[in-house]
Design a protein around this ligand. Sequence first.
Ligand SMILES: [Zn+2]
Length: 125
Amino acid sequence: MNFDDMIKIADNLVNPRILTSTCEVASVGCVLLTDKGNLYTGIDLDMACGIGFCAEHSAVAQMILNNETRINKIVAVGKKHRVIPPCGRCRELLYQIDNNNLETEILVNENEVKILKDILPFQWK
Ligand SMILES: [Zn+2]
């Protein structure tokens, strides 16, 4: 599975909907590929008071539900088909669920792949 195929899958997950005055969902879609070759997907929940979560979080939760933790590749796509890099919290999340994910390939824009350890410098532990 290459990043172009993963972008298409993530883009198809994007379906922004306003559920309440403080809650918008599915503005971002995320697809990750594990070392076992499985794909997991997720969407974001954007809510007031910081109680939502990123699309990466829901994709990771689905992966862990299936007893996997090692991610080979991950991509997130937002509105207007834009590839977006993971936020700092998600970078930390990917690392903490499996330290080997420091080698995860992350598509940070349409044309650039970074390794997690290169965009998560100066680890706190
Ligand atoms: Zn995030």
